[in-house]
Design a protein around this ligand. Structure first.
Ligand code: ADP
Length: 363
């Protein structure tokens, strides 16, 4: 019987707790033993009480909780081999032979590295005398399964990441609130939303809130964007619109990769269009609060599938990541998905914006 641990790592997102609940309960329902590792990879490196056996009741109510109740962290020690060696030792100590990781592309890259290194880590534990050969006999191979938790919806090969629709909903509500005051005073608002490399939140928020102009990293505006934006906004005002909303992704830039900041946009709207303009940075409210119904479902279905993937894995199967493609839960090759994700950032760096726009959907 497998002993399966789950951890959340990297930036938190709504639905991570629901994913942990699903992994724990499907593990128990399959007759296996479930563990939660607290504070991401730091918990694996620290061991002891940070790795806790979980029972059915331990995750009661977690489906509707925001953030991650087992904590998350960025862990420097796990970036280096000695940290991962300690982590391996702690896992063997608890008898854990499979790991489900819910996090972003960084966390999942770390997971795959851990798996590929695992046999040599076990070897080193024996040769250095930390473990006896017979103790590690059952731990020659480590199963890793990835779940994508991210508000940015920034991973290739999946239509949605756990948390992205909750975040979008929160942004939408916030813009609705801002709309009311903008309308009353006929003001313009420049709204900064999260997304350093991925404009999904900004694009979707712009569409769902009827924004006048949107800036995203993958598809920068033309060289004459300042004039173009002002003309469009003047036109909207001439048509009788009493408010102006411009959405700027954190990572927005022009075609030469010079950052476009909300303040720059504000100054243009004030000076060139003559609008009373305010900047609102939505910040961490975008991450907080309970997951929406879709994220609860996504986290639950994917958590169940992650455990099934662990139970069906062989030493030869590449590490899978659980995805949602055309409304179906599917397993994909984890490292392939990460490679495609990284390509998008590379296209942007090379100013190849056509490929960047296609990138995340590429197979
Ligand atoms: P995200 O998972 O949200 O992309 P990070 O990139 O910050 O977040 O990664 C979270 C953690 O995952 C890091 O602090 C580190 O512990 C681990 N990690 C990330 N990249 C690697 C890597 N290449 N090798 C080993 N561990 C990694």
């Amino acid at each position: 019987k497998k002993r399966i641990a789950v951890l959340t790592s990297g930036g938190d997102s709504p639905g991570m707790s629901a994913a942990v609940r699903a992994v724990v309960r499907q593990t128990l329902a399959s007759g296996c033993t479930a563990f939660a590792v607290y504070e991401g990879y730091q918990g694996l490196v620290d061991g002891g009480d940070m790795i806790k056996e979980m029972q059915w009741e331990d995750v009661r109510g977690w489906i509707s909780e925001g953030g991650t109740l087992i904590g998350t962290a960025r862990c420097k020690a796990f970036m280096e081999r000695p940290g991962r060696l300690t982590a391996a030792n702690n896992m063997i100590e608890k008898g854990i032979d499979a790991l489900v990781i819910c996090g972003g592309d960084g966390s999942l890259t770390g997971a795959d590295k851990f798996r590929s290194e695992w046999p040599s880590l076990v070897e080193e534990l024996v040769s250095s005398g930390k473990r006896k050969a017979h103790e590690v006999e059952a731990y020659r191979h480590l199963n890793i399964v990835g779940l994508v938790g991210s508000i940015d919806n920034d991973l290739s090969s999946t239509d949605a990441t756990i948390g992205c629709y909750s975040s979008l909903q929160r942004i939408c509500q916030s813009i609705d609130y801002i709309d009311a005051t903008a309308l009353s005073h006929q003001r313009a608002f420049v709204i900064e939303v999260m997304g350093r490399h991925c404009g999904w939140l900004a694009l979707m928020a712009g569409v769902t809130c009827g924004a006048d102009f949107i800036f995203i990293p993958e598809n920068p505006p033309s060289e004459q964007w300042e004039e173009e934006m002002c003309t469009i906004i003047k036109k909207h005002r001439a048509m009788g619109k009493r408010k102006t909303i411009v959405v700027v992704a954190e990572g927005a830039h022009d075609r030469s990769l010079k950052p476009i900041s909300p303040l720059m946009v504000k100054d243009l709207l004030s000076d060139k269009v003559g609008l009373d303009t305010r900047v609102t940075t939505l910040g961490h409210v975008q991450r907080g609060g309970p997951p929406c119904a879709y994220d609860r479902m996504l986290a639950t279905l994917q958590g169940v599938e992650a455990v099934n993937a662990v139970l069906e894995a062989t030493p030869e199967t590449p590490s899978p990541v659980i995805c949602m493609v055309e409304n179906k839960i599917v397993r994909k090759d984890l490292m392939q998905a990460i490679k495609l994700t990284k390509q998008v950032a590379e296209h942007i760096e090379k100013k190849d914006f056509d490929s960047a726009m296609k990138g995340r959907d590429a197979e």
